[in-house]
Each structure stands twice: as C-alpha cells, then as structure tokens.
Ligand binder design. Structure first.
Ligand code: ME8
Length: 642
C-alpha cells in the first residue's frame, strides 16, 4: 500500500465511517437501526463539512447462527442470506440511511480479499496450527475462557447453553501484540470512546492476551483457508477484514488508498473488544495502519432488557415510524439517550418529544413565521430596519454552530440536539418579545419585515444544523421558505429575498393516539390493572393526553365585585386571548400578576361564575396558601405543558 499517498489524501478530505456488518440470521431490529442511524448522522455531518465520505454498512453472512437459521427454514445458507440481506437494505431505505456501500461477505470481492489478508498474516509468521477445545456460544461466535464461565455454562448475553467444541485449529498470535497495543492505547487516549469503555478494555489488555483460534474445521459454511481448504476462516477474522476488503484491499485500488484507515468504526459495546484489540492486532500483523477511533455506544433496551433477535425482544419500529415518521424516530433515538450509555426505549417519551420538541418548538415556529410573512408581505421581506435582539440572534446562530461542532466531535448527539433546540426556543422568544404580529402599521412595517427576515434566516440556519439528524425535515423547511435547492451553509445572512414562501403545511402534524394502529396499541398499552390498583383513581395515559395545558401571559387582572376570592384575568396564549376566572384573590394582588406566565387548562368547558364567563382554568398549588404554577423560565406563549 502506498502509505504516503493514502495519508495525504486522508488529511485533505476523506472520511471513512463504518457500522458493524450485522448477522442476517433474522431481519434487522431497532438495535441495528440505532447504530446505523448514528453512523448516518456522522456521515451526513462530515459531508456537510465538505468531506469526501465513504459510509459502509452490510451483513456478516458466514456465521454459524446464519447456517442454523437457514437449516431451520430448510434453505441453503446462501438462499437464506439472499432472502434476509434485502430486508436490511429495505430498512435502511426507510430510515433514510445514506450509506455508500452495503457490503455482503458472500461477495467474491470479500472472499478474495479475506483470503489475501489471511495469506499475509500467515506469510508474516503470525498464524500457526494447534488444538483447540472450549465452550463456545454460536450466537456470539465466541469461545469463553475458564474465568468467564458461569456454573450453569450459559452465555451471559444470549442466555443460551454454551457448546463444547474440540478442533484442530489455526491460531493467530494475538499475545505477540499485547505491548504494541498497550503503547497504542497510551499514545492515543481517544482511540476508544467513551472513556469508560476504553478503561475496561485497557484493564482487559493489561490482564494479558491469549492467542486466538481462527479456523473452524467442523462448519461447512464459510470462506476456506487459502493454504488449507479443509478449514474455514473463523467468522470474526473474516468479518473484521470486511472493512478493508469492501474498499478494494484485494487490488489495493484507489478507493482503498483513499479511505483506509477508517476514521471511525461505530458499534455497540458488545463487540468493542473485537474492534479495539483483535482487529488492530490483525492490522499490525499485516503492517497496515490502524483505524483512528473505535466508538462503542450503549445498549438500547426494552423494559430494561437488551433487544435481541435470539431472545425475541423487539421494539415496534414500523408501528412507531408509521405514527410519528422517520425523522421523529431518528430524533428520539439521538436526543433521548446519551450515546455511550444504555437507554430504555419508551413510546410514550417518543410521543412527548414529538409534541414538545418537534411539533411545538420547531413546527409551530415555522408555521407562525410563514403565516405572518404571508399575511403581511408578498414574499420574503428585506431586512432594512435593525433593532433590539437582532444581533443577539445572529451571534447565537454562529455560536450554536460552533458548539455543535465540538459536540459532534465527541459523539454527544443528545447535547448537540439540545444546543440546536436552545436556539430554536430563543427564536420563538424573539418572535414573542418583539411582538412582531403587532407591527402592522406603515411606520413599523419595515421593522416587522426585518424581524420576519431574521426569523426565516434563523429557520434556514436551523435546517442546516438539523440536516444530519432529520434530513427530511431540513428539506421540508427550506422548501417551505421557498428555496428550490438545499442551501447547506451555516453562515448567517444567506437567505435571498426574492423568494415566495409557501403557505406552510404543518411539518409535524398532531398525532392523535386514539387513531393509533392496533399493533402499536399493544406496544404502549398498560398492563391489566391489579385488583389493588383498581381502587385508586388512576387515569389512563390517553385520558391525561386529553388535557390541553398551555403557557399564557396575564395581560390584565381585576377583582370581581362581590366575590372576595375571585379575579377576572385576561390571558394571552400567543394565538388568542381569553378571559379566565381564578380563585386566587386572597393570595395575589391584581397588579402583581400582569406579565406573569401561567399555565392554563385551555380545553375545559366554559363556565359562568358570578355572572362572569370563564374560558379555562389557571393551575396553582392549592394548600394553606395558593401558589400559581408557571414555567421555571419564560417560554413562548402557547407552549404545551406535559
Ligand atoms: O455482532 N442496542 O452482528 P450483530 C444497541 N456480525 N445496539 C444494538 C443492540 C441493542 N440492543 N443490539 C444490537 C455482530 N445492536 C457481528 C459484527 S462487525 C465486523 C461484525 C447493534 O447482528 C450494535 O451495533 O449481532 C451491535 O454491536 C450490533 O448491532 C451487533 O450486531
């Protein structure tokens, strides 16, 4: 390999990112989707930054678990793989995954590449013949050492009985690379992310590495050893080599020269050890450069248990995507969980995030701004009249982009999204603070135009920042603003004014859970009530969902004649003003309430109290004294409370 050429190209612009290649022993599940979406976000983000990205995913077909699954269905392993592999491609299409290569290890390119790689290891003296016996898990495709065995001899991950295997095997001299690996870990503290995983691996490494068996004589499904065809190559040796064979390691072509070494291998924590110890040792043995970073994320769980094809623990991905859309699903997975840690998938949280972050914060902002532009201007207004808050919005946009860059470099997807949403909420507040909807008089209209221009530019800016995470939404926003081609540059002030904005369909329409599909209901349904629970007055989540609670501003307050406890309030909900009667006169003087944010039950039946109409109810803690409930900090009027 032309090391120098490759390194120069890499420094210039290439970025190579991979997911694990998944076992096609069953159709893909949400755990596989989680990794693939995260890698997709990184691939899209680096494309946005002008990198020449190669994003690889695929399937790991020569596994014993695939062989067994095929046997159960009465199919040849190849026919079985040909049936299952397309289900991965279909799901990646549905999830809007922008991979450049979907690699299959039954391809000739891989077979030839894997054999060449093994020949190199053999020629370099790192492969030798010996006898192997031990307990093996076919689902992990891994032997367990004496110290890892439990009394009942079951696999700790798959809870399946381990099998005893005895074979004459070829071995790889992994132990020989212990010192070099240690040095590499110490010299490259960012080699493994997150740090907790790095420390675990470092401990394992320090406790000593043993040579590993890399051949199987008993399995009739796999790639034969080039120098001893009775044996097939151990699945992990073969599978790891896919990261180079897929690029063209066999001929060391230009693609391979450009993209190897990988910038990031992303995976779940289950297989970090293979990627951070075995794979680098194999590459060292072949005199090839090592991947720059191994990133092992946490476990997605369902009711606290890891998702598992073998154990049939699934998330209803299809149902949830049907209900909320792909972008909401992508958003939820990345916003809700910290990437390195485990996270429990909860459809109710997806619902809340959808309503609060997507429909309310982002969707309503877009709708509101477009509505005002359409009502008051013919197309995008010129920003002629600077005023209060404009500079702050501009500065915050640029700062948001910089903070995001730092967070993306440490795989902090949840914080990155929160950073963007802080900006979205700030823009909502800008619209509110400037009371832009009131500036319709001829003398104030230029200022109105400027505020609306800035709001639209902020939305364009946001669309660029969110585009790696929720690409469809990003495009929809720009289309509604009137841009015919996606403008992917996060620099303030690029929005032209010769555009016609659209009427603005809601980008996240309200989801009514009553219309949920039956199979998803099963997923979110509460377990049957126990007798003891029935006695308490529990309400269902669906009942709770019926309450529409919103933030409003008190604009006037006065005592109701003849009623010591009652105040008549006028409140502003952003979209409308209302009159509400509240029994708080003994605790609040009317003038102290003006400008205060309160929470209103807006879908309560109207009532007439002491001849005064009340359209809603104000929430308050009612004990010895009465204390109004309000958001901790000011939020846009009309924000839903959940
Ligand atoms: O291990 N939560 O394939 P595999 C999050 N073929 N991610 C999960 C998950 C969960 N509950 N369950 C699975 C293999 N994953 C090998 C890889 S690579 C050279 C060979 C994701 O089908 C996560 O990325 O068992 C995990 O590492 C991977 O799926 C395991 O996929």
């Amino acid at each position: 390999m032309d090391l120098t050429g490759s390194l120069i190209k890499k420094y210039m612009s290439a970025y190579y990112i991979t997911t694990p290649i998944y076992y096609p022993n069953a159709e893909p599940h949400a755990g596989n989707a989680y990794t693939t979406i995260a890698a997709d976000v990184l691939a899209r983000y680096h494309r946005l930054k002008g990198k020449d990205v190669c994003y690889l995913t695929g399937v790991d077909e020569h596994a014993a678990n695939v062989y067994n699954a095929a046997k159960e269905e009465g199919l040849s392993p190849q026919a079985y793989c040909d049936k299952i592999a397309p289900t991965f491609v279909k799901l990646w299409e549905r999830l809007n995954i922008s991979h450049d290569i979907f690699f299959r290890t039954t391809s000739d390119l891989h077979k030839r590449g894997a054999q060449k790689f093994l020949n190199v290891l053999y020629d370099n003296g790192d492969v030798y013949k010996g006898k192997y016996e031990g307990y093996y898990c076919v689902s992990c495709e891994e032997f367990f050492s004496e110290k890892e065995l439990t009394d009942d001899k079951v696999c700790p991950t798959h809870k399946l009985p381990l099998q005893w295997l005895e074979e004459e095997n070829y071995f790889f001299r992994l132990s020989k690379y212990q010192e070099r690996l240690l040095t590499h870990f110490h010299e490259n503290p960012d080699f493994v992310y997150p740090e907790t995983r790095r420390n675990e691996l470092l401990n394992f490494l320090e406790s000593g590495l043993q040579d590993v068996s890399i051949s199987r004589a008993s399995l009739p499904w796999g790639i034969p050893f080039p120098f001893d065809p009775k044996h097939i190559i151990y699945i992990w040796i073969e599978a790891l080599s896919n990261y180079i064979t897929a690029l063209g390691y066999e001929t060391e072509n230009e693609e391979y020269q450009t993209f190897w070494p990988a910038d990031v291998h992303i995976m779940g924590k289950d297989i970090a050890r293979f990627h951070a110890l075995l794979w680098p040792a194999m590459l060292m043995a072949a005199n090839l450069p090592l991947p720059k970073q191994i990133v092992a994320h946490g476990w997605l769980t369902k009711d606290g248990e890891a998702l598992s094809k073998t154990r049939g623990i699934f998330i209803d991905m299809d149902g949830n995507i049907d209900t909320y859309g792909v972008d909401a699903f992508r958003y939820y997975l990345l916003r809700e969980f910290s990437f390195g840690n485990d996270g429990d998938y909860r459809p109710t949280r997806l619902h809340q995030r959808y309503n609060a972050d997507l429909a309310n914060d982002l969707g309503n902002l877009l709708n509101r701004v477009l509505g005002l532009v359409n009502k008051n201007f013919d197309g995008i207004p010129e920003p002629t009249t600077p005023g209060e808050f404009d500079e702050e919005i501009k500065q915050m946009a640029q700062k948001t982009s910089e903070t995001l860059d730092a967070q993306m470099n440490t795989f902090a997807f949840d914080s990155a999204l929160e950073t963007i949403w802080e900006f979205v909420r700030r823009v909502n507040r800008y619209v509110q603070q400037t009371e832009v909807w009131t500036l319709t008089k001829p003398e104030t209209k230029p200022r109105m135009g400027t505020i609306l221009y800035n709001s639209l530019e902020a939305l364009r800016f946001v669309s660029v920042l969110i585009s790696p995470f929720i690409p469809d939404t990003a495009e929809k926003i720009q289309k509604q603003i009137g841009l015919s081609e996606f403008d992917s540059v996060a620099d303030w002030g690029r929005l032209p004014t010769d555009l016609k904005v659209s009427k603005g369909e809601p980008i996240f329409p309200r989801v009514d859970l009553k219309k949920e599909k039956p199979q998803q209901k099963k997923e979110t349904a509460k377990p049957k009530k126990k007798e003891s629970e029935k006695k308490t007055d529990l309400i269902s989540f669906a009942d709770f969902q019926k309450m529409d609670l919103r933030v409003a501003n008190v604009i006037s307050a006065e005592l109701i004649e003849g009623a010591d406890r009652l105040l008549k309030l006028q409140v502003d909900l952003g979209t409308e003003k209302r009159q509400v009667v509240a029994g708080i006169a003994e605790h609040y003087k009317p003038d102290t309430l003006i400008g205060k944010q309160v929470i209103v039950v807006v879908n309560l039946e109207p009532a007439t109290i002491r001849n005064v109409e009340s359209h809603g109810m104000i929430l308050a803690a009612s004990g010895d004294s009465i204390v109004l409930a309000s958001p901790e900090t000011d939020v846009p009027l009309g924000t839903q409370v959940r």
